[in-house]
Write a protein that binds this ligand. Sequence first.
Ligand code: FAD
Length: 501
Amino acid sequence: MSDRVDVVVIGSGYGGSAVAARVAPHGRVLVLERGRAWRPGDFPQHLPGLAGAYHTRRNPLGLWGMRLGAGVGNAYVSGVGGASLVNYGITQAPEDHVFDAWPVSRTEMAPYYARALEVLRPAPSPLADSLGDKAFLDGIEPGRRVDLVNTIDWERCTHCGLCVPGCNLGAKRSLDVTYLAVAQAAGAEVRAEREVVALEREEGGWRVVVRHTGRALPEEVIPARHVVLAAGTFGTLDLLHRERRHLPLSDWFGRRMTMNGDGLAFLYNTRHALSGHHGAPITTSVHLPFVDPDGRERTLNVMSGRIPKVAMRFSALVLGVFAHALGKRRGPRDAAGARAWRRFLDLVRTDPRGALAHTFMYKLDAEDSSNGHAVFDADGRSALAWADYQQDPIVRFAAHRLEEWAAKVGGVLVPDVSGLPGMRSFGVHPLGGCRMGASVEEGVVDTAGRVFQPSGEVYEGLRIADASIIPSSLGVPSSLTVAALAERVGEDLVQTLRTAA
Ligand SMILES: Cc1cc2nc3c(=O)[nH]c(=O)nc-3n(C[C@H](O)[C@H](O)[C@H](O)COP(=O)(O)OP(=O)(O)OC[C@H]3O[C@@H](n4cnc5c(N)ncnc54)[C@H](O)[C@@H]3O)c2cc1C
């Protein structure tokens, strides 16, 4: 048994690393991460490598995995830095009306967003104006464009398009070089390849039971005064579900989960020179207003998506087949010969004159109605289930709006294939399940991330600071909001440590 630490943080994604950075100057902080450390040069560059990095029980140090529930599936990441290792680093705060449904206001959250931005330091791509997407979006939805910033070091970035499997050039400002570096500089220890398998209460704190990931070594028990669960939506749900007999929770546990409106569709082989073949990350979007059947204002965010270069050749071929089999040709078209020539070029190589380079990829995030819920398999592994996700009002609005776009600009609309029998909608922003609320009647944690007991009291020394506490869909990518909430949780924890000192 080791000495008692002040704070054990479980997971090193946006939530865990932000809390660790805030708390490390005020006590002994230990971050436990089940995944391995990934360095530039380690990330898979080809589809077989990506398949080999799939996280399973037999490959416990794999980089990424999927959790499948009825109707939907979601990707997750395992490694030091969490999903920052593989994302495009789009860094965006939600629109003000999102906070109307939260127990904390936009004004109260503003300083925490500002602090998170100071550490993450996102910046716009120097290529963003030359890619064609901005002019294309301005033509379709005038006055609605919202340009994006990414946590990328643009001086190092070569626009190779390999952000998503992971940057081998060290150009990504992933958490290992931002928040975790701040935490470590302030004395926090980060232990990789350590999976927390149980949490037990003891007098004045907690016993954190840890396994060496993938190695048959004895379990370690780490005593801690405070525990911050930041294992990502699925990791946190898994752990709390396992402990529910000893740690009963609010009735909200596992409810009101959201896909954050995730969706994907293509406008294939248009007349417009776009940048579907380009390796630049996602740099621009439009925000479209929508009023739901209850009269609530919501936002549909259509980003100009990118196919990761690792999958580009493959996608060009698959898209060509899908467009032929399922696509709906809409609107103005140019000569059949020109279209066929572009498709032919894609068969030969990735070409700026090819069909993929004339394709718009709709990457959707939206304020869906957060009507998903957690399900658990026989081993207690969680997934988000939402059988009729495709019928959510804003998802239907998105499908309708994309049809209108296609009619305006032409091209083959390759719809979200999840509408087909047996298919699911896939996402990367599973949020909620341990939602923040003003009381146990409204949530699983309070506005400082402290976990409610069913009585309404909080468990002393137990907090959650990750995507699972987000109370509603955001309509924009989620990392900045996770970091901002974790900043808030961290600030409150620092007060508690100071008071106890
Ligand atoms: C492919 C992809 C692209 C994305 N693109 C963007 C984007 O461009 N912009 C954006 O804002 N958002 C993006 N997101 C979403 C964003 O990255 C997540 O919302 C965010 O990472 C959530 O932060 P988190 O701290 O909740 O969890 P995570 O970042 O998932 O971190 C959780 C960590 O906990 C670890 N863990 C889990 N269980 C245990 C355990 N029992 N013991 C120890 N460690 C454990 C995991 O291994 C993981 O490293 C993307 C996500 C993915 C998957």
